[in-house]
Design a protein around this ligand. Structure first.
Ligand SMILES: [Zn+2]
Length: 141
């Protein structure tokens, strides 16, 4: 039988799928505070985008640097064990990211990727400035 309760399991799964991560929650809070409203993890759109702003035809994807293979990033350390497994997995994630952002683009959505490293470890001042700029991008492109 199942040894973990539904809530714990759902939290675990969402961490595995990279939904509701700390950087994502930070972005959501920053944009909400700037008056923007969004849909989350909309499975009707290619790649189930993290934040969808229907009114502005804009999408923000918050990407973990490891899972999405952020190149030349200090948070992305190539794995030292199970190298084949991780290399394949990350390459597949990147291919999926590319495909869904191309599809969204063709559907007339503007797509922006926010990397974990632009959130994690930044000072409060820098984050505020970043969210000002991000909110401006959502509204005006
Ligand atoms: Zn990064």
């Amino acid at each position: 039988m199942d040894r973990i309760d539904a809530k714990t399991r759902s939290a675990l799964m969402s961490r595995i799928r990279g939904k509701n991560t700390k950087p994502e929650l930070s972005v959501r809070k920053g944009l909400f505070a700037r008056g923007l409203r969004y849909r989350l993890h909309d499975s009707r759109l290619p790649g189930t985008p993290d934040l969808v702003f229907p009114k502005h035809r804009a999408i923000i994807q918050v990407h973990g640097c490891f899972w999405h293979g952020h190149e030349q990033c200090k948070l992305y350390k190539p794995p030292s064990s199970n190298v084949d497994y991780w290399t394949t997995k990350i390459a597949r994630n990147k291919a999926n990211d590319y495909r869904s952002s191309t599809q969204l683009d063709e559907m007339g959505w503007r797509v922006r990727v926010v990397w974990e490293c632009s959130i994690r470890g930044q000072s409060a001042d820098r984050l505020e400035a970043f969210y000002d700029e991000l909110a401006d991008w959502v509204r005006h492109g």
